[in-house]
Structure formats: structure tokens, C-alpha cells
Write a protein that binds this ligand. Structure first.
Ligand SMILES: C[S@@+](CC[C@H](N)C(=O)[O-])C[C@H]1O[C@@H](n2cnc3c(N)ncnc32)[C@H](O)[C@@H]1O
Length: 281
């Protein structure tokens, strides 16, 4: 145990697992025990509480919404990067190029990054599409970016990152970001303006958005859910996709029981199955 960390009994760990599952759908494996101790100890100490048991009691009885949010924020995993799983952005680019070729200027284009973490995913979508398809400036183009973790959303909305986020990007891609001085890079205003960051818990029964979306990215998010929750989330995402739209999921994920109604069209890329109206008639 590191200095300042509080010891965690099996019973306390079980209570924490049960609570984060209930509020965020996150299934913590036993391997996450050290992570729980290191991330929550600071909060427990700051509240002046003596143990994790006392902390869970506090959350259950008199914790505020902001205490509940701090608990969730501490237990999410937010790893992300610009151009992660590159082939999805290539695929999206060619889909949107096709839409531009076949639809009039001013057409609506909506993309959702569900579980956007610190924003690299929605910003990559915006930067990549604007650079490749400048005609989009004359379209009604918006990106919705949501996450349950309000701390990552605040970072994302700032649009400023350390320069080492460019590591591994080609010079051409690195040029899509502005240099902000003191070792920082910044998302250009034209891209920032495309993206709206909003808090959303994907396991909430009511989502405020109506869609339809031309693409949904829900990558490396459902991986933290159990199978039934994964199935429900993917199936609900499918209902918000436009007929020709695509769902992009993480490299190690599959749709599970949510896959009914989807067809696989590329590596971890799905489209809604079209009902053949003539055959159905
Ligand atoms: C590993 S990041 C993935 C970021 C990005 N999509 C990517 O692939 O690079 C997973 C994100 O899912 C979010 N998340 C976890 N549970 C969630 C829930 N119930 N609703 C919404 N977002 C959730 C976490 O806060 C975290 O930012």
C-alpha cells in the first residue's frame, strides 16, 4: 500500500463494485482492487472519513450529487488518443465524401462520440473531416460528444493538450493542431465549434437526443460493462442511426446480444440491416 492509502477489505470492495455497477454500469474486476484504493483514498481522506465502509455509507445516506459524481469520475478509465484505431476515420471520411457527392449543400450531418473521454475522438472526427472535405463548412455539420465523467468533459471542452499527444502522428496530421506555447497544442477554433460536449450516462433509461446520427462512435466504452448492459446499449444506439449510417466500436468489442439488426461491414464497423420492402410486401 502506498503512503496515504486506506486499507480495503473484501466486503468494502464488494460494496464499491456494487455501487459503481449500479450507477454507471461499470463492472470492476478483482484486478481493479489496487486502482480502487489508489483513486478513492484521496477522496475518503478529503471527506475526513476513517474507512471505505464509512465512505459508502456516506454516499448512500448523505452524499451530494457532486460526491456521487466524484466517485464515478474516480473509477472511470479514460485512456484515449488522437487517431486511435485509424481505419474508422478513413472509413468515415469515405462515407461522408459519398454523402457530399450525392446531397445538396446545407444538408444535416450529425456524428455522436459516445464515451468521448478527454475529447481526442470527437476532435479527430472534426479535424479529419474538415481537412479532407472542406465543403463541409457549407453543411449543417455538428458533433455531439458525451461521457459520464464530468472531469474529462471539462478537459475536452478546453481543447488544449500536452504536445506529447502528437507522438506517433504523421507530420500531416500533427499540422491539424495549433501550437499553443509552453509545450501545449490546441484544437483550432473551427473544429472546436463543431463539437458540443455534454454529460450522459449511457445506462440511463432516457437519452435526450433523438438522432438520427450519420455515424456513432462508441469505442472502448462498453468494454467496462457486462454482457447484458453491452447488448442494451448497442441496441439503443442502433435505434438512433440513420438508415445508411455506421456504428464504430472498439477493436476488442462485439455487439453481443445488441447485434440483432446490425450487419458487419468492416473491421468493428456496423450498419443497420435494411428490411427489403419488396420482399416484405
Ligand atoms: C477508455 S475511454 C474511451 C474513449 C474513446 N471512446 C476512445 O476509444 O479512445 C472510456 C470512456 O467511457 C466512459 N464511460 C464509462 N462508463 C460510462 C457510462 N455509463 N456512460 C457514459 N460513458 C461512460 C468513461 O468515463 C471513459 O471516458
Amino acid at each position: 500500500m502506498e503512503q496515504g492509502e486506506i486499507s480495503l477489505s473484501d466486503r468494502e470492495f464488494a460494496r464499491i463494485k456494487s455501487r459503481v455497477y449500479q450507477v454507471a454500469g461499470i463492472s470492476l474486476s478483482d484486478a481493479k482492487r489496487t486502482l480502487v484504493v489508489s483513486r478513492l483514498s484521496k477522496i475518503v481522506r478529503a471527506l475526513g472519513l476513517p474507512s471505505f465502509d464509512a465512505y459508502v455509507d456516506y454516499l448512500e445516506r448523505n452524499g451530494s450529487a457532486s460526491d456521487g459524481q466524484d466517485f464515478v469520475n474516480a473509477l472511470t478509465t479514460n485512456l484515449t488518443r488522437f487517431y486511435r484505431e485509424d481505419h474508422h476515420f478513413e472509413h468515415l471520411r469515405s462515407h461522408v465524401a459519398g454523402l457530399i457527392a450525392s446531397k445538396p449543400r446545407g444538408t444535416r450531418l450529425r456524428i455522436w462520440s459516445a464515451g468521448c473521454s478527454t475529447g481526442q475522438e470527437p476532435y479527430t472526427i472534426g479535424m479529419d473531416l474538415l481537412a479532407a472535405l472542406p465543403e463541409l463548412k457549407r453543411w449543417d455539420f455538428k458533433i455531439l460528444a458525451t461521457d459520464i465523467d464530468t472531469a474529462v468533459l471539462a478537459k475536452a471542452a478546453g481543447g488544449v493538450y500536452p504536445e506529447n499527444e502528437l507522438n506517433g502522428l504523421s507530420a500531416e496530421r500533427a499540422r491539424l493542431l495549433e501550437r499553443a506555447g509552453s509545450g501545449s497544442i490546441r484544437i483550432p477554433a473551427a473544429v472546436r465549434e463543431l463539437v458540443s460536449f455534454k454529460p450522459l450516462n449511457l445506462i440511463e433509461p432516457n437519452w435526450p437526443m433523438k438522432g438520427p446520427f450519420d455515424a456513432i462512435f462508441c469505442r472502448n466504452v462498453a468494454i467496462y460493462f457486462d454482457k447484458p448492459t453491452q447488448g442494451q446499449v448497442f441496441s439503443r444506439l442502433g435505434k438512433l442511426l440513420a438508415p445508411e449510417a455506421f456504428l464504430y466500436i472498439g477493436h476488442s468489442e462485439n455487439l453481443g446480444s445488441g447485434g440483432e439488426g446490425f450487419r458487419l461491414v468492416g473491421k468493428t464497423i456496423y450498419q443497420i440491416k435494411q428490411v427489403n420492402k419488396r420482399a416484405a410486401a
